[in-house]
Design a protein around this ligand. Structure first.
Ligand SMILES: Cc1cc2nc3c(=O)[nH]c(=O)nc-3n(C[C@H](O)[C@H](O)[C@H](O)COP(=O)(O)OP(=O)(O)OC[C@H]3O[C@@H](n4cnc5c(N)ncnc54)[C@H](O)[C@@H]3O)c2cc1C
Length: 297
């Protein structure tokens, strides 16, 4: 029996581009072998290898070697020969059509991924590293794990909109709670459907600092929803951790999922744990990007 690796590279082509709003572009990617793309959904993250003028196309070794051998070799390449690797969320998976959708935030042309998404055309190639549904090993990359919690908080900036959208669309009627999504512009507000009773709250940044609206909304939610449970838990000031996801939540009443700019998300998580006494094991918090820093792999 063939053993399939949990994660592998797919050589896809852009088959549709939809300008969703001033800051979001949806790329539909197609490739025959996407029929085998893992269908975990939710906040499934994948990697893309961004085409650049100097790096050209990723070479065939990517499709021949196990990731564990390809990755160290890729890291050894000189920067100009190495396609930058970036992390995105699969917004939709349609194995029957051999397609996936990625929603790119357009944040200018300084970052290679945003720059690529700004100028990409139908027919362009994009290599995606993602799960293989035929593997018997879980490829990971899904952090939405509420366990038995049915009262949930989702909060994120525009980079988390694809994940929050995909999560909300899969939640059934048993879920309740609040989702807060901060976007740059009123025109970026999207239509998200959910069978759940989770209320969807869009926050328009406008001229405010990145994250200010999200921070205020989550603090208001906390003041309304959480009676501090126990004395403040010590979380060191200036903690460097940018990512922590619980293994299992068990019987916890609440589950919080926070993603976006690292400084904003770290501050919110600290507030929930330290000031409001929320169980840190009930909070998945993920720095999706860091102000002033390119993604490092
Ligand atoms: C699990 C996960 C899922 C993600 N899902 C998505 C997704 O579905 N869609 C999406 O668009 N992004 C998503 N992101 C965020 C995305 O990976 C980063 O925004 C990434 O830095 C973009 O790469 P880049 O090449 O454009 O910019 P980089 O080269 O990484 O950064 C260049 C500069 O741009 C700044 N920058 C990076 N992102 C932003 C931004 N959004 N707004 C303003 N400035 C920015 C950096 O601080 C840096 O100064 C996700 C990240 C993670 C970890």
């Amino acid at each position: 029996m063939t053993e399939y690796p949990p994660s592998r590279a797919y050589r896809t082509r852009v088959s549709r581009i939809e300008a969703l709003s001033p800051h979001f572009t949806r790329m539909t990617l197609s490739a025959p072998d996407l029929v085998h793309f893992g269908t975990g959904g939710l906040d499934q993250r994948i990697k893309i290898l961004v085409p650049t003028p100097t790096a050209g196309r990723p070479d065939e070794s990517l499709f021949e070697l196990p990731m564990s051998e390809w990755y160290p070799a890729w890291r050894m390449l000189p920067p100009e020969e190495r396609n930058p690797m970036r992390t995105y969320t699969v917004r939709a998976i349609r194995p029957e059509a051999a397609e996936i959708d990625l929603d790119f935030v357009l944040h200018g042309t300084e970052g290679p991924a945003s720059a690529w998404a700004t100028t990409a055309a139908v027919g362009d190639e994009l290599v995606v590293i993602g799960p293989d549904s035929r593997s018997t090993v879980n490829g990971g990359g899904i952090e939405w794990r509420p366990g038995e919690a049915r009262s949930v908080l989702l909060a994120g900036d525009e980079t988390a909109v694809p994940a929050i959208g995909a999560i909300l669309e899969t939640l059934d009627e048993s879920f309740t709670g609040s989702a807060y999504l901060e976007v740059p512009d009123a025109a970026d507000i999207a239509d998200i459907r959910s069978r759940s009773a989770v209320s969807v709250n869009w926050l328009v940044r406008g001229e405010r600092e990145h994250g200010a609206a999200l921070d205020a909304a989550v603090r208001e939610w906390g003041a309304r929803e959480i009676v501090p449970q126990r004395p403040a838990e010590a979380v060191p000031e200036g903690e460097e951790m940018l990512w922590e996801v619980p293994d299992a939540v068990g019987h916890s009443f609440r589950f919080a999922w926070l993603a976006g700019e690292s400084g904003v998300i770290t501050g919110l998580r600290r507030h929930l744990v330290r000031d409001l006494g929320m169980d840190r094991r009930a909070i998945a918090f993920m720095g999706y990007w860091k102000r002033g820093k390119a993604e490092i792999n």
